[in-house]
Ligand binder design. Sequence first.
Ligand code: B16
Ligand code: MG
Length: 215
Amino acid sequence: MMKAVIFDLDGVLVFTDQYHYRAWKEMADKLGIYFDEEINNRLRGVSRRESLEIILERYEGEPLTEEQIQEYMTFKNNRYRELLTEMSPADVEQEVRACLVELRDKGYKLAIGSSSKNAKFILEKTDLTAAFDAVSDGTNISQSKPHPEVFLKAAQYLGVDPDVSAAIEDAKAGIDAAVSGGMYAIGIGDAADYAACDASIKSLVELPALLENLV
Ligand code: B16
Ligand code: MG
């Protein structure tokens, strides 16, 4: 019987991919690096620093100094934050809110387990903060997905053991993190057909029934 449900944020509850894409694309253009949506897909669930390293795989200029790396990450994040200000509660589908209310009513503890350092800002902009009992995000971890730290911290904040926690993820790195943390890993979106998932769903509408059947 599951006691807690830990949600990844980007790609599960809200869809910030396009904002990440536009901000990284502007940064890549400044450096003359080829960047497209397929490369952007590799950045799902991956930290900002590791995302930059993936983009730099195609960089052919002089190696960047640490100072330049920090400058480019700041440029990207500032642009991303500007784009995030466009978000509002309307960016959360009604079925997502309904799922969160139903799970709470059924007694599950709910947490966010996101690699993003902007998670709390996104939760505020979309009016999702109060739907969760705890938030574990990029600001409280030293190792990002596929390391399980972000999910283990979420379970710890909820006071629930990992083996009675389910994690919902759209990224393969996130599914690997949930599995290695000893949680029940549920794939959605891009991660739905990943073999390491314990279960997959097409939409969060299916989630309450799936959890109920895990007794
Ligand atoms: P930030 P998630 C992840 O969020 C995104 O999927 C990933 O693309 C991004 O690089 C990462 O957060 C870090 O985000 O630059 O805002 O700290 O999917 O784990 O909720
Ligand atoms: Mg995600």
